[in-house]
Design a protein around this ligand. Structure first.
Ligand code: FES
Length: 422
């Protein structure tokens, strides 16, 4: 998904530099400024350990990491299909864009906070899980990023070093941190995990459920767009922001839910993401008792091809032009701050709207305890049910021609559901 940001960057940086220095305070611009509370593991169970592996795209923690991050991003055919010239074009595009992206990360404090938040969320969730599910404790936190450190292969090597697999078996849960499923995000992370699992532990001929060699037993939490805890966490952040408006204006504030866009070629292939994002928005509005008018819009569209709209920046500008100057932007598809919130929404979109005091953004989930409790409840349910993945995971997109998708899905579906994967 960060690709879309990367593509967007040249246009953004053509704008005068002065526009980037908005009226935001240093702390608002610095995504790394917020201190993360210390974490302690509270492992008391006896039938574990269970590895809890958070999957996400990741981001460069420092500007020195931007080049490698972009190289991996442009090499990912699930995210950026560049055709047969991918291995040639990918590095070329990455190299050309690196200086500009470095500037963008500098403007949000010198790097992405996604690693900080992912590790914190996973560690805190594991502490709660140790209490909720003593039978599978201790729960050990791992993070696997698709394009930045810690990479999937490093996480897998760590799992093996920590005593999972290698004839000893052990259970691991791949827990996507994209609440809504897209083949270009969760699908790409699972393809990568499947690839490294095959390389480091060998292929199973049976579809993956029976552990004949003491390899790691994987299961997947592949989507959770309407989980009540997730909905509650979003709703409370919106309510907190609504309270900052005078009471007589509050009901008229427009809520603009913003999610990363997709090229229409991906949407038309049958990607489930747009429907799942809409489901989250509806569930949040239901929880809020439809207290405000709202729209779902899509950010980070770039390039000449058709993308799912309407675009967030256009939406804000159009409403402001019409005199609707009380708007709350709600990032609805990200579980922590990263460049799409800290730069695109907080700097670009706000500035394009004239930095009006009534145009605001709801807080991201980050270290929100309601959200972390939701993660723990979700994981507890998954462990209790003993399911390999959701039934929805077994169905490929109507237009999918990828053998990798097919094999990955068969593997994670396990013996029970593998026959459903076509
Ligand atoms: Fe969606 Fe392969 S592209 S399942």
């Amino acid at each position: 998904m960060a690709l879309r940001r990367s593509f967007a960057l040249p246009q953004q940086l053509l704008r005068p530099a002065a526009r980037i220095s908005s009226g935001f305070s240093k702390q608002q611009r610095n995504g790394l400024a917020t201190a993360v509370p210390p974490v302690t593991q509270d492992a008391t169970g006896s039938r574990g350990p269970t590895a809890m592996v958070f999957l996400n795209m990741g981001g460069p923690s420092t500007t020195d990491e931007v080049g490698d991050f972009l190289s991996r991003l442009f090499a990912d055919r699930d995210l950026i299909p560049l055709g047969p010239l991918q291995t040639y074009l990918g590095p070329l595009i990455a190299k050309r864009r690196t200086p500009k992206i470095v500037k963008q990360y500098s403007d949000i404090g010198g790097g992405s906070p996604i690693r900080k938040w992912s590790e914190y969320q996973c560690e805190e969730m594991c502490k709660l899980l140790d209490k909720l599910s003593p039978e599978s404790a201790p729960h050990k936190p791992y993070v696997a990023f698709r394009y930045a450190s810690p990479l999937t292969e490093d996480m897998y090597a760590q799992l093996l070093a920590d005593g999972f697999g290698n004839g000893k078996g052990g259970r691991a849960v791949a827990f996507t941190q994209y609440p809504q499923y897209s083949c270009s995000t969760t699908g790409s992370s699972l393809n990568e995990l499947w690839k490294w699992r095959t390389r480091l532990e060998g292929k199973r001929a049976d579809g993956g459920e029976v552990d004949v060699n003491g390899s790691i037993q994987w299961s997947v939490i592949d989507r959770w767009p309407t989980h009540p805890g997730l909905v509650e966490a979003f709703a409370r952040n919106i309510e907190d922001q609504l309270k900052t408006y005078p009471e007589d204006r509050r009901a008229g504030v427009v809520l603009l839910f913003s999610a990363h866009s997709l090229p229409m070629s991906v949407v038309n292939r049958g990607d489930p993401y747009p429907a799942e994002v809409a489901a989250t928005v509806h569930a949040v509005m239901q929880r809020l008792n439809f207290s405000n008018p709202y729209r779902l819009c899509w950010q980070s569209q770039v390039g000449p091809s058709a993308w799912l709209g309407a675009q967030t920046s256009d939406t804000v500008q159009e409403y402001v032009k019409r005199g609707q100057t009380d708007l709350v932007l709600v990032p609805i598809a990200f579980t922590s701050d990263h460049i799409e919130t800290l730069y695109e929404l907080d700097l670009e979109v706000m500035e394009e709207a004239g930095n009006l005091p009534g145009v605001k953004r709801a807080e991201s989930l980050n270290g929100n305890p309601v959200f972390i409790e939701a993660l723990a409840n979700l994981a507890h349910d998954h462990l209790r049910k003993g399911e390999k993945c959701s039934l929805q995971m077994t169905l490929r997109c109507q237009g999918c021609k990828s053998e990798r998708c097919l094999e990955q899905k068969k593997f994670f579906a396990g013996q029970k559901y593998a026959p459903l994967v076509q």
